[in-house]
Design a protein around this ligand. Structure first.
Ligand code: KIV
Ligand code: NA
Length: 265
């Protein structure tokens, strides 16, 4: 199996081949997602929501993200494994940011890290890239800043924010990032951003003209019944499948149908 690298992704943009990314947080899921042929697997800090049940991504710790990353890495043969650095582990100072990134690479076994923001975290990105660690940017709706935004609505609809987003894209490219995630921004702006830089853009709720797409695994397989933003396409209804299977199991045990003779020693 030929492993996907950051260089592969760069070449895919050049060749106009779309890049696919999904999240995973555990070994078994990562194995299935990798076998399905996705180019990159993201250990998103959305683990705080879908794994731990938190309201926002803020509470998850670097140790917890490292644990999820270790589990995912063991299940992956082909995809590029990118891990989020969680809130508070890179924003404040570049030395701390590098330390966090190094831990994620060494202990977690990630192939690359992702951090949210542009100009504000320029020095942190520079420091991490200079250490030889591939960095993926993340602009637009950056959930770690949710208390500053106040809502999870579409970002950069106004000119000033749109201009800053394009400038940040160019800055991330200049700093040596290998890709940038664009979350929940107008499709036209994402198109313009994708055309302004030579590194790939990976969109979520950012329209069809990004160089790639990313979704949260639990959302795309329909495990998250309560979450249905417009940008989400559900490929399965696993919530119903799984609750159905569980209730059938309950019935079968209660009625002494399970286990039967063939299922007994
Ligand atoms: O944490 C996450 O899952 C993400 C993706 C939505 C891009 O950052
Ligand atoms: Na994230």
């Amino acid at each position: 199996i030929k492993k996907i690298t950051t260089e592969t992704l760069r070449k895919m943009k050049f060749d106009k081949e779309k890049i696919t990314m999904l999240t995973a947080y555990d070994f078994t899921t990562a194995k299935m997602v990798d076998a399905g042929g996705v180019d990159s697997i993201l250990i998103g800090d959305s683990a705080a929501n879908v794994m731990a049940g938190h309201e926002t991504t803020l509470p998850i710790t670097l140790d917890q993200m490292i644990y999820h990353t270790q589990c995912v890495v063991r299940g992956v043969e082909r995809a590029l494994v990118v891990a989020d650095l969680p809130f508070g582990t890179y924003q404040s100072n570049p030395e701390k940011a590098l330390e966090s990134a190094v831990r994620m690479m060494k202990e977690g076994g990630a192939h690359a890290i992702k951090i949210e923001g542009g100009k504000e975290i320029e020095e942190s990105i520079r420091k991490i890239v200079n250490a030889g660690i591939p960095v993926c940017g993340h602009l637009g709706l950056t959930p770690q800043s949710i208390y500053q935004f106040g809502t999870y609505k579409v970002r950069a609809k106004e000119d000033a924010e749109a201009e800053k987003l394009i400038a940040d894209c160019k800055l991330l490219e200049e700093l040596g990032c290998f890709a940038v995630v664009l979350e929940k921004i107008p499709a036209a702006l994402a198109k313009k951003a994708s055309e302004s830089i030579s590194i790939p853009t990976i969109g979520i709720g950012a329209g069809p003209d990004c160089d790639g797409q990313v979704l949260v695994y639990h959302d795309m397989v329909g495990m998250n019944q309560g979450f249905s933003p417009k940008f989400l396409r559900r490929y399965l209804d696993l919530y119903s499948e799984i609750t159905g299977a569980v209730s059938q199991y309950v019935k079968d045990v209660k009625s002494s149908d399970f286990p039967n003779d063939k299922e007994s020693y």
